[in-house]
Structure formats: structure tokens, C-alpha cells
Write a protein of this length. Structure first.
Ligand code: CA
Length: 230
């Protein structure tokens, strides 16, 4: 397989070097830019296979760059992994809203970043698009179009909120979602959702999922995630 090119846009030199070193060791070709403007120009000129994009950049920041790339027909399909500082929850949510495929929180282990890059590239190859209506995770099958959940072939009745929560978590196994993020995903009109309500929904959802209940993991002090099932 020809080597894939990854564009790294990061103004912190040591982080950029760490990423470059690890990606090159994995056989990727790496391009590097240290500002949003230059990153954007390079992305349009070279159409890399994937972009690792830091959010905190001088001038045009990562969110702006992502927005511009997503609005351009030529670059809109390039997978983007955002780098965020710890606790920049708002940035994470905004990053996903402007079309990032995944994010990694600093400080990160190069191994984690490489694994995420591989997963995002593989997803692109397998599906040709980001999401499919049917999602399979271990014994669990979710059909978003039919609003159906089955466990080992037996269907389960979920409320609309439980189903929505399950879909959000299942879309990105291994990702930790804070209660605040889950609330943002679920918010509908004037309805007010509290942290406590999310916890209650998760308890009910786990019960209904039976043997798959433990697929939804609690991350203490942070929130919830769907177990990564290989
Ligand atoms: Ca930075």
C-alpha cells in the first residue's frame, strides 16, 4: 500500500516533532505547518489523507481551519483529528460540530494518537462515509433508521432519549463524553436536562441492554463511554 500523507498543523514545535517522529516510524509521510493559514494553504495544495489539527493556533485557529476545509468541496472529505488541551470541553463539542472526525486531548501518548489516526483512516476506507445507519458492537446491533436495538438478535424497547444516548455513545466507542456534552447532544427545544437526569437515563439504559449493559462504562469524574469492542 502506498504510504499515506498526514498533515500536522501545530504551533508547538516539540509536540509537532513528537507527532512527526511517531508517524514516520509507522510508515506515514508527514507534512508540517505551524499556523492555521499555512495549514489551510498546504491542505488545499496537497490534499493529505488526514490532518492532525491543533485547536490553539495563533491567528486562524483550528476550529476556523476545520470550518473552511469542511465548506470547500475539494477538501471537505479529508479526515481531521483535533488536538485539544485538557478540559476544553467547549472546544471538543465545537470541533465535532464544525466537522472534526475525532479529537485527542493533550497531553496524549503518541501511541493513542497513532491508533486514532489508523482508526479514522480505516473507517474512511471501509465505509466511504462517516456514518452508517446500522452499527454493530459485540452482541449489540443498533439500526438508526428503524430506531431498533437488538441484543443477540432479540429486540429491546428503548425510550427516545435512551436511544439517542446510546447512538451518541456507540458512534464513537472509546470516546469519553462528559455529562455536559451528552446534555448538549440531547437538548431539544426548551426541555431542561440535568446531570442527574443523564445518570438516571444511563442506569435505565444499562438495565434494558441486559448482557450488553456493561458496554457503557462510567469514567469517574468525567462521564461515560462505550467500551471499545474489537
Ligand atoms: Ca497550540
Amino acid at each position: 500500500m502506498p504510504s499515506q500523507t498526514i498533515l500536522v498543523v501545530e504551533d508547538e514545535r516539540d509536540i509537532a516533532e513528537l507527532i512527526t517522529f511517531n508517524l514516520e516510524r509507522e510508515g506515514y509521510k508527514v507534512e508540517f505547518e505551524s499556523s492555521g493559514e499555512e495549514g489551510l494553504r498546504k491542505a488545499k495544495a496537497t490534499l493529505p489523507d488526514l490532518i492532525v489539527l491543533d485547536i490553539m493556533l495563533p491567528g486562524l485557529n483550528g476550529l476556523d481551519v476545520c470550518r473552511v476545509l469542511r465548506s470547500d468541496r475539494i477538501t471537505q472529505g479529508i479526515p481531521i483529528i483535533m488536538l485539544t488541551a485538557r478540559d476544553e470541553e467547549i472546544d471538543v463539542v465545537t470541533g465535532l460540530e464544525v466537522g472534526a472526525d475525532d479529537y485527542v486531548t493533550k497531553p496524549f501518548s503518541p501511541k493513542v494518537l497513532v491508533a486514532r489516526i489508523r482508526a479514522v483512516l480505516r473507517r474512511g476506507i471501509e465505509t466511504g462515509e462517516a456514518t452508517s445507519p446500522v452499527k454493530k458492537l459485540g452482541e449489540l446491533t443498533i439500526n438508526k433508521e428503524k430506531h431498533q436495538v437488538t441484543i443477540s438478535g432479540t429486540s429491546r424497547e428503548l425510550t427516545q432519549t435512551e436511544f439517542a444516548l446510546l447512538c451518541v455513545l456507540a458512534e464513537r466507542p472509546g470516546w469519553v463524553f462528559s455529562r455536559r456534552q451528552l446534555i448538549d447532544f440531547l437538548r431539544d427545544g426548551q426541555q431542561v436536562i440535568t446531570d442527574r437526569a443523564i445518570d438516571v437515563q444511563i442506569v435505565n439504559l444499562r438495565k434494558k441492554l441486559g448482557i450488553c449493559g456493561d458496554y457503557i462504562q462510567t469514567v469517574r469524574g468525567v462521564g461515560y463511554r462505550m467500551k471499545e469492542l474489537l
